[in-house]
Design a protein around this ligand. Structure first.
Ligand SMILES: [Fe+2]
Ligand SMILES: [Fe+2]
Length: 159
């Protein structure tokens, strides 16, 4: 089924955002693992997997609309130097994603492509969940202080 040209362009822009997020989060997740922050490692790894599903769903939709998925384009990647920066840069990416999905949903309505709207709305709800996760981490850091927060993220010492 032939899709609207503008919609296909926007779907490819969103795909580039998702592929960028996957790379950024994989590095952040492994940095946390390297520092022994097991819970943070798992949480950020889980977000990278969510973004991979988003990329898959966007590719499926682009192909269905007879477009060409572009997987060779990445946006600038922002790697944090410490846990606070990691959470902050990922939160920035998520806030940008919420904006981009809302704009894309508006376009979907304009060209009357409700199935694309439905897909983008499903992804948007997950991105809002990612923003919420980052907000929760920052609240906890503000309330309990960074050292206590970080000791909660570490793997329990066994033995
Ligand atoms: Fe995503
Ligand atoms: Fe996300």
């Amino acid at each position: 089924m032939k899709g609207d040209k503008k919609v296909l362009t926007v779907l490819n822009e969103l795909l580039a955002d998702e592929l960028t997020a996957i790379s950024q989060y994989m590095v952040h997740s492994e940095m946390c693992d390297n520092w022994g922050y097991e819970k943070l490692h798992k949480a950020i790894e889980g977000q990278a997997v969510d973004e991979m599903h988003h990329a898959e769903w966007l590719i499926q939709r682009i192909l269905f609309l007879e477009g060409q998925p572009v997987v060779s384009k990445l946006n600038p990647i922002h790697i944090g130097k410490d846990v606070l920066q990691i959470i902050g840069t990922d939160q920035d990416a998520e806030l940008a994603a919420v904006k981009a999905y809302n704009a894309a949903i508006r376009l979907g309505h304009e060209v009357d492509d409700q199935a694309t709207v439905e897909l983008l709305t499903r992804i948007l709800a997950m991105e809002e969940g990612h923003v919420d996760w980052a907000e929760t981490q920052r609240d906890q850091i503000a309330q309990m202080g960074l050292p206590s927060y970080l000791s909660n993220q570490a793997k329990p010492v066994s033995g």
